[in-house]
Design a protein around this ligand. Structure first.
Ligand code: GAP
Length: 428
């Protein structure tokens, strides 16, 4: 049943233009995905909502957008060169490689072999992706694509403090791509080699670091954000990391998990990074009293691709006659679709086009004049469009249209001149 749901999501994503396999026409590239027209819109909406919640609505957080390529010393200092590793094992029979800490994947592989198989002893495998920079081949320098976007916030700590008015406690937020040479990419976009993160590094006084105050505060903030965008509460939970699974930089770590069709899975990590990063980069802070100290960091680190996948899974519903994506209106790729009742009636098309062109200035609008109205509704339901407008013959007489609600399938007549304020209210 659950595999079936994943198959349906993957197929919907391809068919309707949410997500395609990366470089598909050349056989793909494992662990990479391309977002189609609808996926790009959904992704953008997730990022906008996160930025609004994390930066715009707060006075203690500023944003940065740091370079993906960084001086390799960053990765030495951050500890990633030494410790950003996963334990790798190889099946001695077919030489396929797996993560030793993913026992369920290992067991699944063992089932595929008729006889008992042996594994190599686990080896540390560094996840940083290498790249080469420079214009003379022999003199190119080896760099690493960032394995977490985080370091871009830390290396700019002093720049941000000296160029803005922030005072501790304050946060630096960032959205951007990260790259990991994952041993086993899989579960669609869930574990990819190129993905996007949305992160907050929140700097606090060291004496407030040991206690749980800020850690608990940010856990709740992040959980509320997912819930406010409609994720079912019973599908969300916190999971504390065991000592043996915490990242090298973390004193404390908890994940927000989602119950995906492939089991409870990490949505986002909340970490107490202590003074690990700033002290490794030799950075400190001087407060208003002239006291110098190394701040501690509480981090919230979410994956945008994972959020997008889980928002889709959570919104997917099959009803008697239709498949409907009950996406939160703020996330829906198109907010409204406009239809002329009949495609061959010039005056209907003209009126509908005028509405389409007018609303387009405020939001993403879809246009459809193919097939019958019922089919057009179902087509928009499947991509999560919250409202459909139909221009019919009555519209030409009384300047009203029908507005049909995705979730209830109910229709009401609304005056054309009031459409803008109607949607402003409904799409809040
Ligand atoms: N700066 C901390 C950090 O990067 P992480 O737990 O390694 O922490 C944070 O990653 C989030 O990034 C994860 O919770 C997940 O949402 C996303 N993420 C990590 N690896 C990913 C991958 N291979 N594919 C997709 N998303 C990934």
């Amino acid at each position: 049943m659950n595999d079936n749901l994943m198959d349906k999501i993957v197929s919907l994503c391809k068919r309707r233009g949410f997500i395609y396999p990366g470089s598909e026409i050349y056989g793909g590239l494992t662990g990479t995905w391309d977002y189609g027209p609808l996926g790009a819109l959904l992704k953008r909406n997730i990022k906008e909502e996160w930025w609004k919640y994390t930066v715009q609505l707060r006075s203690d957080v500023v944003g940065v957008d740091a370079a993906i390529m960084m001086n390799p010393t960053v990765w030495e200092k951050s500890g990633h060169l030494a410790a950003f590793t996963d334990p790798l094992v190889e099946c001695k029979k077919c030489h396929q490689r797996f993560r030793a800490d993913k026992q369920d994947e290992i067991k699944e592989h063992e089932k595929g072999h008729k006889e008992k198989i042996e594994w190599t002893t686990p080896q540390k495998f560094n996840l940083l992706v290498k790249a080469y920079l420079g214009i003379i081949e022999d003199e190119q320098s080896e760099i690493f694509l960032r394995g977490e976007i985080t370091q871009g916030a830390f290396v700019n700590f002093e720049n941000v403090v000296s160029s803005t008015r922030v005072k501790i406690p304050f946060g630096i937020a960032q959205i951007g791509k990260a790259f990991r040479n994952e041993i086993t990419p899989g579960n669609f976009t869930f574990r990819s080699r190129e993905f996007e993160q949305m992160e907050l590094e929140y700097f606090i006084k060291p004496e407030e670091g040991e206690g749980n105050k800020w850690f608990e505060y940010w856990k709740e903030q992040r959980m509320s954000w997912y819930a406010s965008l409609g994720i079912k509460k019973e599908k969300l939970r916190f999971r504390k990391h065991r000592d043996d699974e915490r990242a090298h930089y973390a004193r404390m770590a908890e994940d927000i998990e989602y119950e995906a069709p492939f089991g409870w899975s990490e949505f986002e990590g909340i970490h107490n990074r202590g003074d690990w990063d700033l002290s490794r980069h030799n950075l400190s802070y001087i407060d208003d009293e002239g006291k110098k100290f190394t701040p501690w960091v509480i981090e919230t680190s979410g994956g945008i691709d994972r959020a997008l996948l889980f928002f889709l899974i959570d919104a997917y519903q099959e009803e008697e006659k239709r498949v409907v994506l009950k996406l939160h209106p703020k996330l829906a790729p198109y907010k409204v679709a406009v239809f002329p009742l009949l495609a061959n009636k010039e005056n209907l098309v003209k009126e509908a086009k005028a509405i389409y062109e007018g609303l387009k200035k405020d939001m993403m609008i879809a246009w459809d004049d193919r097939g019958n109205i019922g089919k057009r509704y179902f087509s928009q339901d499947e991509i999560g469009t919250p409202f459909c407008i139909t221009v019919d013959f009555q519209s030409l007489e009384d300047k009203t249209v029908t507005v049909r609600d995705r979730d209830t399938a109910k229709q009401e007549r609304v005056e054309i001149r009031k459409l803008r304020e109607y949607f402003e209210e409904k799409l809040k």
